[in-house]
Design a protein. Sequence first.
Length: 438
Amino acid sequence: MSQSIDQLIFAKWIFTADHNSEVLENYGIAIHDGKIIDVDQHENLKSNYSAKQEFNLTEHILVPGFINAHTHAAMNLLKGYANDLPLMTWLEQHIWPAEGKWMSDEFVYQGTKLAIAEMLKGGTTCFNDMYFMPHQTAEAALDTGIRTNVGLTVLDFPTKWGKDADDYITKGLEVYDQYKHHPTINFSFAPHAPYTVSDEPLKKIATLASQLDLTIQMHMHETQHEVTEALKNTGQRPLARLHQLGLLSPRFQAVHMTALDEQDIELAANEGIHLIHCPESNMKLASGICPIDAVNQAGINIALGTDGSASNNDLDMIGEMRSAALLAKVGSGKADCFSAKQVLAAATLGGAKALGIDELCGSIEQGKFADLCAVDLSHIATQPVFDPVSQLVYSASRDQVSHVWTSGKLQVENFKLKHIDENECRSIADHWREKLKN
Ligand SMILES: [Zn+2]
């Protein structure tokens, strides 16, 4: 007797991202109640299950949905707003003034929705966000079904979301209380950077994070300038200062990390922190190059993020994987550094580990949520296929993403978003472009 289930997906290739990181050929996945209940060969699944819906992806590679481990989703409204500038000029003279003027609940909700449409269409099923009005990020994510880790931003200085560090923490905790029971929403504290948050609030965050079992995400060592200034002002490198304040542990996600010396890497490895690599943003802002080879050798978990659309300028995880692989090679002088398989693992399971949600998603394994992405490799740009993973990383584009599921919910079918109206997204973008021009 075959078991009745929701969906069967058969694919030419499956990259599971589990411990073996193997590529299965002519396998399939059984899904029920949003979760993966079986991974097996076609004929076994056919005889064991009868599904309400069946997908035959005969030219496709099926991978875990990408986890964009660092972004500021609402900043999609500022995509292309200021370009070809170094980090501090870009932030202080363009981005912060525009946000100061236009930031609102509507800005965050609509910008996040636009970003979610872009992410889902490109195969991303989870994003780790850091922005203001985090309840709006949560609302936009809940309205679409994408998984998210909402960062509770903390700064010393006032914005439209908070007055001072204590106020950001209080408001953040209210949002956490309001949404913590939703299975697709997780939270972390998000102190912006070592140079924007002082010691007292950082100590408070360390205590609260361990009491509430929350992770912490923070921009770290983004540029050499940041490290040099910190040495001048505090006498310590930022990572060493955070260690002294009690922030470093496996709950800590260090975003960027381009300016690292041997002691930084040793400290990061000893404390078990996660590194969130954002190569395209680092290149565009000329911030620096994260030493992936040394980080890898130290055994530090690497996740991959795009950063916000205003400094990338897209949320394309397939493009980010390619940039990450290529930059690691030229940065280290080693062609075998950050292989296609390693970079695909960073874009999936590495992200889930960094966010502390690897029990839920990040690989194609029995018991995990069915967060999945199928890429059609029949396109002439990805022919012939000797190795589907290298083809995905080095040759494919996100326009080849044909199907996407979040918790078993079909989000993209035959290259089209099923539940988000793209014309509405274009109207949102037009509306805000007109406003921001002034
Ligand atoms: Zn960032």
